[in-house]
Design a protein around this ligand. Structure first.
Ligand code: ADE
Ligand code: ZN
Length: 339
């Protein structure tokens, strides 16, 4: 397929994003603007310097810079502007539905209140729904490098906003912080009516994916790349149609894969796993949804049928209602048939 045809096909197909950290959408230009507005110093003083710093050997090197960037977010307006910038960006990429993570502890631990964070994000999401027609779900993610007590405290703080939060997740430094550390917090979260997901098998071993399934009882695995090393786990994921939210450019930038040609996505599709394409932290990894689809499509010679399958998976694996899923998948089928 000619590159221009592929690019146009990817750009125009309607799609959903299910793995996105709002703090990871913080573009250098906006970071500098907000830092100035709040009289906050940042380590890197120009857009070019910031971008040069975005070269990572592993997940931890990225996280150190990502948390530093988030330090300049102080007011409700900051969280609104961050979220609104992301929504306007993906609106141009034909993303119709998003499920967004936010990391409250990154902000509450430095004295920004839970209400400031969630009010800003929520107001932007509601504006996006009304003005851009982007539907959404909101997922509060616990930082796994912090302790269980901090996660419990965060869960308490979230309860008054329960109507706005659809699920809880688990992110940050994976190795050494297995899902089992948060078994009780997740049990409590489920008891309170939250859906649950967890990052697992990005850098951590397949055992962490088993734990996320069996101990945390997740409804989706974020990343899950290392499932490919465990035949029985692959079988379990396929049989249960447990969704995996894969993030190709993130995996490349954080050296989870050496080259996109080595990405496991096609092997997983061939084994009947329900896999999806997502951007994770697009401001840091060089691309939003379309760039992720294009990167993986070129590296692995994906056909239009395979791309359409991935896009349909993004709606299937979402938390939309069955009728909403059907409506969106009809749109995708219609797009494919008329291409
Ligand atoms: N927080 C933001 N991006 C992350 C990732 N890729 N893995 C773990 N935690 C994260
Ligand atoms: Zn992530």
């Amino acid at each position: 397929m000619a590159d221009s045809t592929l690019k146009e096909f990817i750009e125009n197909i309607p799609k959903a994003e299910l793995h996105l950290h709002i703090e990871g959408t913080f573009e250098p230009e906006l970071m500098i603007k907000i830092a100035e507005r709040n009289n906050k110093k940042i380590k890197y003083s120009s857009v070019e310097e910031l971008k040069r710093a975005y070269s990572f050997k592993n997940l931890q090197e990225f996280l150190d810079i990502y948390y530093e960037g988030a330090n300049v977010l102080i007011t409700e307006e900051d969280f609104y502007d961050l979220t609104w910038a992301y929504l306007t960006k993906i609106h141009q990429q034909n993303v119709l539905h998003v499920e967004i993570f936010f990391d409250p502890q990154t902000h509450t631990d430095r004295g920004v209140s839970f209400s400031t964070v969630i009010n800003g994000i929520y107001k932007a999401l509601e504006d996006g729904r009304q003005r851009l027609n982007i539907s959404y779900k909101l997922i509060m993610s616990f930082l796994r490098h912090l302790d269980e007590a901090s996660a419990f405290k965060t869960l308490e703080e979230a309860l008054p906003y329960k109507e706005w939060i659809d699920g809880v997740g688990l992110d940050s430094s994976e190795v050494g912080n297995p899902p089992s550390k948060f078994e009780r917090v997740f049990a409590k979260s489920r008891e309170k009516g939250f859906k649950v997901v967890a990052h697992a098998g990005e850098e951590g071993p397949p055992e962490y994916i088993w734990e996320a399934l069996d101990l945390l009882k997740v409804e989706r695995i974020d990343h899950g790349n290392r499932a490919i090393e465990d035949h029985l786990l692959m079988k379990r994921l396929a049989e249960s149609q447990m969704p995996l939210t894969l993030c190709p450019l993130s995996n490349l930038e954080l050296k989870v894969v050496k080259d996109l040609k080595e990405h496991p996505i096609v092997k997983m599709m061939d084994k009947n796993l329900l896999v999806t394409v997502n951007s994770d932290d697009p401001a840091y990894f060089g691309g939003y949804m379309n760039e992720n689809y294009l990167g993986i499509a070129k590296a692995l010679n994906l056909t239009k049928i395979q791309i359409t399958e991935l896009v349909k998976n993004s709606f299937k694996a979402s938390w939309l209602s069955d009728s909403e899923k059907e409506e969106k998948i009809d749109l995708v089928n219609h797009y494919f048939q008329n291409d």
